[in-house]
Design a binder for this molecule. Structure first.
Ligand code: NAD
Length: 541
C-alpha cells in the first residue's frame, strides 16, 4: 500500500574531492586509470537491455595519445535504429505508469552509485576518453552528474505538487503525463554530465529515450549505461545507439512516435534536426518538444575601472580550462587599451607556468583537444590570424598532433571588432581580444552585443558598479548566463541553471526546475461531486 506524500528536499551539492597524492580517492582513481588503460573494451549497442554487435566498428582513442586504443564500439544501422524505437515504445507504458517515487528512487540510487563505486570509473573514463585532467573530470563526471540526479528529483517533487485549486462542488488536479512517444537524446563530447542528464531528466519524468552518444565520448557514456542498469533502470528505458548522427537523426525524426529531442551540441546540428522535424511535422502523434543547448561565443567585457588581476585570472582559466572546449569558455574579450598591457603580461605569466600533456600526469593543466577534426579546425583559425593584417598572435599559436591533439593556449589580438575569430565559435584554447579606446566604452558594448549570433554566456568586469549595471542592461540579450566580476564559465547545478538563447539554444535551463516542464504533458482533471441535471439557468426556474 502506498499512500504517503513523498517530498524530496533541496539537496546539497556534491563536494569536490581534493585528489591529493595518497588520498583514498586518488588511490582508487589511479588504479582505475591503470585498469582502463590496459584493456580494450568492445562496446555494443544496448537496445531493450540487449547487447547488440553489428560488426561495423569504430575505435575510441585517448585524444592526448591517439595511438592508444581504449575500445572498439559497434555502430548501428537503420535496422537497429528501428529496433531501438520499438524497444523505447514498448518500455514506455510500464515506465510511464511506474510510481514516480520509484523512478525517483532509481535516479537517487544512480547518484549514490556515482558518489561511491562508479566515481573512479566515470572519472577515469572521462579523463582517458575525453582528455580531462583530474579536476575537470571530477567536477563533470562525478559532481555535476550527481547534482543533476539529486536536484532533478527535488524539482520533480516540486513540479508534481503544483496543483490547481478546487471550485465549488468540484475538485481539480493536474496529472503530469510523460510525453506520448520516445525522446531522442543527442549528446555532446564535452561533458559526461550533460550526456547523462539529457537522458535522465526525461526518464525521471516517465519517458523513455534513444541515446545517440557522441563518438568521442563513448567510453564514459557506456559506463553510465552500466550504472543505470545497476541502479535499476529497466530494459528499454534508455537505448544506447552509437553510430552515425545524421542517420540516427533522419530515422528518428521520421518516426511518428518522436515526442521530443533533448540536444546539446553545435548550432548547425541542432538546426539540421529542427529542419528534419519541420519536414515531418504533419506525421507526428504530438508536436515534438525541441530542447537544445548549442554553440556560443562567450565574452568578457572589461570596463576601464576593472581589477587587472581579476580579469587576467578570468581570461586565463575561462579560456583555457579543458582546452577551451566548454560551451561557456571565454573566447572573445573587449578590453580598454589602458589596461590591456598589464592584463596580457599577467596572462602570459600564467601561461609560462603551466604544463600541457597526458591526463595521467597531474602536473598538466592543459590536455589535448578532442580529435583530429577539431585540432585541424583550431589550427586553421590560428593560421588565419597569423596571415591577417588586422590581427596578431600575442600568446601561444603553436600546435602539434604527432602524439596527441595539443594546441597551446593562444591569444589573438585584433584591431577589427569583426575579425573572424571575434564572431565564430572555435571550440579550442583560443581567446581573441579587441582592445578599445578607453573613451569608446559604449561603441565596444555595441560590438559585443551585435557582432556574434550567439547568446550563451558573458561577463562584465568593473569596480564602478553603476557603470557595470548599465553595461549589463545594454547586454541583456547577449547571454542566458551572465556574470559580474567573474569568468563566464563554471555554472553549478541549482545555483546557476544553464542555457542561452539567440543561436545558442532554446534556453530551457539544464540544472534548474524549468527544464522539467518540457518533458511532461499536463492533464487537468475536474471532478464534479454532484453532477447537475437541469439545463435551465437559475433565473429561468
Ligand atoms: P556536435 O554538434 O558535433 O555533436 C553533438 C551530437 O550530435 C553528437 O552526438 C553527434 O554525433 C550528433 N550529430 C552530429 N550530426 C548529427 C545529425 N545530422 N543528426 C543527429 N545527430 C548528429 O557537437 P560536439 O562537437 O559534440 O559538441 C560541441 C558543441 O556543443 C559546441 O558547439 C558547444 O558550444 C556545444 N555545447 C553547448 C552546450 C550548451 O549548454 N549550450 C554545452 C556543451 C556543448
Amino acid at each position: 500500500m502506498k499512500n504517503s506524500i513523498v517530498t524530496f528536499p533541496l539537496p546539497a551539492n556534491e563536494p569536490v574531492k581534493s585528489y591529493l597524492k595518497g588520498s583514498p580517492e586518488r588511490v582508487a582513481l589511479d588504479a582505475e586509470l591503470e585498469r582502463q588503460s590496459s584493456e580494450v573494451l568492445d562496446i555494443p549497442l544496448i537496445i531493450g537491455g540487449k547487447e547488440i554487435r553489428t560488426g561495423n566498428t569504430g575505435t575510441v582513442v585517448c585524444p592526448h595519445d591517439h595511438k592508444h586504443v581504449l575500445a572498439t564500439y559497434h555502430k548501428c544501422g537503420e535496422k537497429e535504429i528501428q529496433m531501438a524505437i520499438d524497444a523505447a515504445m514498448e518500455a514506455h507504458e510500464k515506465w510511464a505508469n511506474t510510481d514516480w517515487t520509484v523512478r525517483a528512487a532509481i535516479v537517487m540510487k544512480c547518484a549514490e552509485l556515482l558518489a561511491t563505486k562508479y566515481r573512479p570509473i566515470l572519472n577515469a573514463a572521462t579523463m582517458l576518453g575525453q582528455s580531462k585532467n583530474i579536476y575537470q573530470a571530477e567536477i563533470d563526471s562525478a559532481c555535476e552528474t550527481i547534482d543533476f540526479f539529486r536536484y532533478n528529483v527535488h524539482y520533480a517533487s516540486k513540479l508534481y505538487s503544483i496543483q490547481p485549486k478546487d471550485g465549488s462542488g468540484n475538485i481539480n488536479n493536474t496529472e503530469y503525463r510523460p510525453l506520448e512517444g520516445f525522446v531522442l537524446a543527442v549528446t555532446p563530447f564535452n561533458f559526461s554530465s550533460i550526456a547523462c542528464n539529457l537522458n535522465m531528466t526525461p526518464v525521471l519524468l516517465g519517458n523513455t529515450t534513444i541515446w545517440k552518444p557522441s563518438s568521442t565520448a563513448i567510453l564514459s557514456n557506456y559506463y553510465l549505461m552500466q550504472m543505470f542498469k545497476e541502479a535499476g533502470v529497466p530494459d528499454g528505458v534508455v537505448n544506447f545507439l552509437p553510430g552515425q548522427g545524421s542517420l540516427i537523426g533522419k530515422v528518428c525524426c521520421a518516426s511518428r512516435h518522436l515526442a521530443g529531442i533533448h540536444f546539446t551540441g553545435s548550432t548547425s546540428t541542432f538546426q539540421t534536426l529542427w529542419k528534419s522535424v519541420g519536414e515531418n511535422i504533419a506525421n507526428y502523434v504530438s508536436y515534438p518538444r525541441l530542447v537544445g543547448e548549442t554553440g556560443g561565443k562567450d565574452y568578457i567585457f572589461v570596463h576601464p575601472s576593472a581589477n587587472v588581476d581579476a580579469v587576467a585570472h578570468a581570461a586565463f582559466t575561462g579560456a583555457y580550462e579543458y582546452q577551451g572546449q566548454k560551451c561557456s569558455a571565454a573566447s572573445r574579450m573587449y578590453v580598454p587599451k589602458s589596461l590591456w598591457p598589464a592584463i596580457l603580461e599577467k596572462v602570459k605569466k600564467f601561461a609560462s607556468e603551466i604544463k600541457m600533456g597526458d591526463v595521467k600526469d597531474s602536473d598538466n593543466f592543459i590536455n589535448a583537444v578532442i580529435d583530429e577534426t577539431s585540432f585541424d579546425n583550431i589550427a586553421k583559425y590560428i593560421e588565419f590570424a597569423k596571415a591577417a593584417d588586422d590581427a596578431k598572435i600575442v600568446l601561444g599559436g603553436g600546435y602539434d598532433k604527432s602524439i596527441g591533439y595539443f594546441v597551446e593556449p593562444t591569444i589573438i589580438e585584433t584591431s577589427n571588432p569583426h575579425f573572424k575569430s571575434m564572431e565564430e565559435e572555435i571550440f579550442g584554447p583560443v581567446l581573441t581580444v579587441y582592445p578599445y579606446d578607453d573613451d569608446k566604452v559604449w561603441e565596444a558594448v555595441k560590438y559585443c552585443d551585435t557582432t556574434s549570433p550567439y547568446g550563451l554566456t558573458g561577463s562584465v568586469f568593473g569596480q564602478d558598479r553603476l557603470e557595470v549595471e548599465k553595461i549589463a542592461d545594454a547586454l541583456c540579450y547577449t547571454a542566458g548566463n551572465f556574470y559580474v566580476n567573474d569568468r563566464p564559465t563554471g555554472a553549478v547545478v541549482g545555483m546557476q541553471p544553464f542555457g542561452g538563447s539567440r543561436a545558442s539554444g532554446t534556453n530551457d535551463k539544464a540544472g534548474g526546475e524549468f527544464n522539467l516542464i518540457r518533458w511532461v504533458l499536463p492533464r487537468v482533471i475536474k471532478e464534479t461531486l454532484v453532477s447537475p441535471t437541469d439545463y435551465r439557468y437559475s433565473y429561468m426556474k
